[in-house]
Design a protein around this ligand. Structure first.
Ligand code: E4P
Length: 217
């Protein structure tokens, strides 16, 4: 499973990238707001750090305007994936932009039918939002599983990009289901390293080492 980082925080992206943890980046208007930076400028900087797909989201709601914004965003760098919402207009924009050879990430997907339409429209990525479904007491991981079955049944090449990930558990479950990509905030990726038994075991080892009176360096 590829790891995308769900942030527009350049320092956080750089830190994870240096560890080989970043196969791509996803941003959205809320994350651009949080960064406090200009969308074109920050996206360009992210694209200079990360070789893989960097999603930049359109904000228009009609298809022609989405296409125009998508073309502008795609002009930032070769590795831009234009992010469009899963609306009828978004699907139209997806078809036009993918026919032009651009990567498109169809976002805000909350049902298997929506994912089926995105694949038919040629989406490079479909972004089902796990956490926001869980927030409504609907099993977000089940949606990932349903889309996996449907795409495999018919050989759709659209990549399943598990999004709205809130916990390390979401990451391993998405990987077990066979999501192609998971995008998570930096803190979730870091939390994947944590385990209480690791902490406990390390504390014991350090305590015993102290008693040996030895030094390695
Ligand atoms: C995906 O591309 C979105 O940017 C993101 O995963 C949304 O996550 P949230 O529901 O935590 O805002």
């Amino acid at each position: 499973m590829k790891f995308f980082v769900d942030t527009a925080d350049v320092d956080a992206i750089r830190e994870l990238h240096d560890l080989g943890m970043v196969d791509g980046v996803t941003t959205n208007p809320s994350l651009i707001l949080k960064s406090g930076r200009d969308i074109l400028e920050v996206t360009k900087e992210i694209c200079s750090i990360v070789e893989g797909p960097v999603s930049a989201e359109v904000v228009a709601v009609d298809a022609d305007a989405m296409i125009a914004e998508g073309r502008k965003l795609a002009g930032i760098a070769e590795n831009i994936a234009v992010k469009v919402p899963l609306t009828w207009a978004g699907l139209k924009a997806c078809k036009v932009l993918t026919d032009e050879g651009r990567m498109v990430n169809v976002t805000l997907c909350f049902s298997a039918n929506q994912a089926l339409l995105a694949a038919k429209a040629g989406a490079t990525f479909i972004s089902p939002f796990i956490g926001r479904l869980d927030d409504m007491n609907i099993d977000g991981l089940e949606l990932i599983s349903d889309i996996r079955i449907i795409y495999d049944n018919y050989g759709f090449e659209t990549q399943i990009l598990a999004a709205s990930i809130r916990s390390a558990n979401h990451m391993s479950e998405a990987a077990k289901i066979g999501a192609d990509v998971a995008t998570a905030p930096p803190n979730v990726i870091k939390a994947m390293a944590g385990h209480p038994l690791t902490d406990k075991g390390l504390a014991q080892f350090l305590k015993d080492w102290e008693k040996t009176g030895q030094k390695i360096l």
